[in-house]
Write a protein that binds this ligand. Structure first.
Ligand SMILES: Nc1ncnc2c1ncn2[C@@H]1O[C@H](COP(=O)(O)OP(=O)(O)OP(=O)(O)O)[C@@H](O)[C@H]1O
Ligand SMILES: [Mg+2]
Length: 245
């Protein structure tokens, strides 16, 4: 159990998100604990990104509730501050890679300048980007930008880090660098909740799997069990690479 993960477990209580008459997230109830890497799998359009946004509080459920442990005592802003999210297409500032991180740290308002710099250098090294620290973020390659966004989020040392398709469209070397960074962030005490389309990556990283289909949570299973003997025909079809109906 990670000692820092004070806002976990995360409890989803019949979380629903509807747009007009279309139900996109359909009454999801489960509890996500602190001590495992959680990977959300499912076909395109299943609702994985929406679920991450709902958990992170970027959108509010139209019914049901998202609850974090300790929310009553910590208050809403503290619960928000203890989470970070990296989007598939990260938004970086038009300044150096290093300054992207030191700026994010300065917004937290808790570290002195020297400590911010040290933390930023450490985070860049952690994703193999020490050599581009002074380069403008917008000239970095797509894979480097994704790694920078992860480093920036990791530097905040959140209790929980949401990653939406962190390696989509990256080459195998960049994927490995990000997977190594994810393991290191996890080892440093941050809970990882992520989506991926890469089943090899899911097998390498997942401790547990949430399998979504048409906005419904069909499985919440230890990873070994999910990959060895999925409980639902939809998950079995998904793992075979069939179109899931
Ligand atoms: N704000 C919104 N308003 C209406 N529909 C939306 C909205 N956001 C997402 N959707 C729809 O909800 C469904 C789930 O979208 P989501 O992005 O969560 O899927 P996903 O599982 O992440 O898919 P992918 O594997 O392609 O990333 C999609 O059909 C999408 O068009
Ligand atoms: Mg998505």
């Amino acid at each position: 159990m990670h000692a820092r993960a004070t806002i976990l477990p995360l409890t989803l209580d019949r979380v629903t998100y509807a747009h007009g008459s279309t139900v996109l997230i359909d009454g999801i109830s489960t509890v996500i604990g602190a001590s495992s890497r959680t990977i959300i799998l499912g076909p395109n359009g299943a609702g994985k990104s929406l679920l991450l946004r709902l958990c992170h509080g970027l959108i509010a459920p139209t019914a049901g509730a998202v609850r974090w442990a300790g929310a009553d005592t910590l208050g809403r802003s503290d619960v928000a501050r203890r989470q970070a999210m990296v989007f598939q297409r990260p938004v970086l500032l038009r300044r150096s890679a290093l300054a992207n991180i030191t700026y994010a740290l300065s917004l937290q308002g808790r570290l002195g300048r020297a400590e911010r710099l040290a933390r930023a250098h450490e985070a860049l090294a952690g994703v193999g980007l020490a050599h581009v620290a002074q380069r403008p973020a917008h000239v970095l390659s797509g894979g480097e930008q994704q790694r920078l966004a992860i480093a920036r989020a990791a530097a905040l040392k959140p209790d929980v880090l949401f990653l939406d398709e962190p390696t989509a469209s990256l080459d195998p070397g960049a994927c490995r660098a990000i997977e190594d960074a994810i393991r290191a962030i996890d080892a440093a005490g941050t809970k990882i909740i992520m989506t991926t389309h890469d089943l090899g990556q899911a097998r390498r990283l997942a401790d547990e799997v949430l399998f979504l289909c048409h906005g419904r949570l069909l499985e919440h299973t230890p990873a070994d069990e999910f990959f060895e003997s999925p409980r639902t025909p939809q998950a079995a079809a998904f793992l075979r690479g069939d179109i899931v109906g």
